[in-house]
Design a binder for this molecule. Structure first.
Ligand SMILES: NC(=O)c1ccc[n+]([C@@H]2O[C@H](COP(=O)([O-])OP(=O)(O)OC[C@H]3O[C@@H](n4cnc5c(N)ncnc54)[C@H](OP(=O)(O)O)[C@@H]3O)[C@@H](O)[C@H]2O)c1
Length: 359
């Protein structure tokens, strides 16, 4: 099976291409090398809707568009034909955990059959396994992706003209979510003070700036042998909320404070928290947005997730810190962009204004 496109570039299929993460990865894959040489990659994007503005924008940048769902394996098999690499970010907030796990396993097998050379799975920690299956930390979008990564660990990773290499990239929450209420200020008081409400306590979130995510994805494809069979645990900065607010004050010169809340109080800031965590239903456990993100906040509150910052800085020496990211994004000047397609498409919880007024 050919793996090289007509213009000799390595074709990479991106699943989740129109999403916040996919766009960041595509930006780096198509960027010239550090020496200014043209990118060795071209991109094919799988999308359910080629007519969506995000898909059209990718097409206008020379990205080939393939129509289909990642859980429609005929469509995926067709999209995998002739590709050198695949970057696969299935969306846990669309499909159930069961469907995500099965899709992750089956797409890997289809990639093998299609003759893909380098298969990259976008993962998150298998937090249940990491915590001895403690239900307090149960989080569907982490467990689902982590289980698939565990399955991949049991598969050979081959660096040859005929074999398939696999790598996993284990990330965490996007630093860019500082532009939405999850991490950003939930309100500004009449006296000008920005309020950062959080249930994270003294814990930390290893936030990853989306452009740094793109860097690590490009690094993985650029270094096939080095990243073969490896799990790259990535991040940009290790963010606790006192550090977040002191950095915010330093960068913006504005007044700000942390409001520490219990998990129940934090969820009371929102309406609609009992909706299923995935748009198409949550599968056998019927997990709500609140239950899922209770586990999510708990794992960061208790610092369950670790990172090797020395390795991260070595591989990405020009990566962001919280401060450089805020400065580069003119943070605090209303830069809030809606990066998550799912939210842009209308799947969201809303603010409980009566409650916010009291903060
Ligand atoms: N938010 C975070 O901080 C964060 C951090 C790390 C990992 N993640 C993970 O990233 C995933 C979401 O990706 P995102 O952050 O880029 O969100 P997003 O901006 O909402 O994008 C969702 C993407 O998934 C695609 N998609 C959804 N259902 C699909 C299906 N059935 N078939 C094919 N494509 C489908 C969408 O494509 P079309 O609509 O074009 O079909 C879109 O490209 C989640 O699984 C989440 O766990 C999120």
């Amino acid at each position: 099976m050919s793996t090289i496109t007509g213009n000799s570039k390595k074709l990479i299929l991106i699943i989740g291409a129109t999403g916040a993460q996919g766009i960041a990865v595509i930006n780096k894959l198509l960027a010239p090398g550090e020496d200014g040489s043209p990118s060795p990659y071209s991109v094919r994007a799988l999308t359910r809707n080629p007519e969506h503005a995000r898909a059209k924008d990718l097409a206008s940048r020379g990205v080939e568009i393939a129509q289909g769902r990642f859980d429609d394996f005929k469509a995926v098999a067709a999209a995998l034909q002739g590709v050198y690499g695949a970057f696969v970010n299935t969306d846990s907030f669309t499909v159930s955990e069961e469907k995500e796990v099965w899709s992750g396993i089956r797409i890997f097998e289809l990639a093998k059959q299609a003759g893909v050379k380098h298969y990259v799975w976008s993962s998150l920690e298998y937090v249940s396994k990491l915590t001895n299956y403690n239900p307090e930390y149960r989080c569907l979008h982490y467990d689902g992706k982590g289980r698939v990564a565990d399955f991949m660990q049991a598969q050979p990773s081959v660096v040859s003209d005929s074999g398939m290499t696999w790598s996993t990239i284990t990330s965490g929450p996007y630093m860019d979510m500082l532009n939405i209420y999850t991490f950003g200020p939930i309100k500004r008081r009449a006296d000008g003070t920005f309020v950062f409400a959080t249930p994270v306590g003294k814990g930390h979130v290893p936030m990853i700036a989306l452009s740094d995510f793109g860097h690590f994805a490009r690094y993985t494809f650029d270094n096939r042998a080095l990243t073969s069979g490896k799990d790259l645990k990535i991040g940009s900065d290790w963010v606790g909320w006192d550090y977040l607010v002191s950095t915010f004050i330093k960068v913006t010169g504005q007044k700000a404070e942390v409001v520490n809340q219990s998990l129940d109080d934090w969820f009371d800031n929102y309406e609609g928290v009992d909706q299923p965590v995935s748009n198409e239903g949550t599968g056998a456990e019927h997990v709500s947005w609140k239950t899922n993100f209770t586990g999510w906040w708990s794992m960061y509150r208790d610092d369950v997730i670790k990172r090797d910052w020395e390795w991260i800085r070595k591989v990405n020496p020009n990566g962001y810190t919280l401060e450089t990211w805020m400065r580069a994004n003119n943070y605090g000047e209303g830069s809030g962009q809606m990066l998550l397609k799912n939210i842009e498409d209308g799947h969201r919880v809303t603010l409980n204004q009566a409650r916010i007024a009291q903060l």
